[in-house]
Design a protein around this ligand. Structure first.
Ligand SMILES: O=C(CO)COP(=O)(O)O
Length: 156
């Protein structure tokens, strides 16, 4: 498959999300990286965003809470190329009422080669990367062939 390139600017848009039993862990991580994090645009699901705003005293653009559609809103933004990095501490030990939304969100991240961390160590590696402060070219699949695929008509 041929590739396209999406150029990330030095200032990234970072989506921050955590399930309830992972929120403390995300807040700890955010505190640890507060200096770097504040140099970027932050967006979050509702409750996570409110907690981060209280913790850091910075503005976080907030969408709806996850179970009310927040994951889907962020997924739509990914499809539109509006999010560069996702830090999503999802809970592998508890079923969520909106599990289909979580799965759909992680899928759309893979569709667009989004930089994703689901745990603090991976998130540490991302935040300390020199690419956090420079342009970075993300290769994404070129879906032209898929979009122009031949759809047979007249199936009766
Ligand atoms: O449920 C979530 C992600 O799937 C997170 O939503 P909240 O940040 O509103 O708790």
């Amino acid at each position: 498959m041929t590739k396209n390139v999406r150029l990330l600017s030095p200032q990234k848009t970072i989506a921050l999300i955590a399930h309830d039993h992972k929120k403390d862990e995300l807040l700890e991580w955010v505190k640890k990286h507060s200096e770097v994090i504040q140099q970027h645009q932050l967006i979050a699901t509702g409750t996570t965003g409110k907690l981060i705003e209280n913790e850091l005293g910075v503005l976080v653009h907030r969408v709806m809470s996850g179970p009310l559609g927040g994951d889907q809103q962020l997924g739509a933004m990914i499809a539109e190329g509006k999010i560069d990095i996702v830090i999503f501490f999802w809970d592998p030990m508890e079923a969520q009422p909106h599990d289909p939304d979580v799965k759909a969100f992680l899928r759309i991240c893979a569709v667009w080669n989004i930089i994703v961390a689901c745990d603090a160590s991976t998130a540490d590696f991302i935040l300390t990367s020199p690419f956090m402060h420079t342009e970075y070219a993300v290769e994404t699949p070129d879906y032209k062939l898929y979009l122009n695929r031949n759809i047979e008509k007249g199936i009766s």
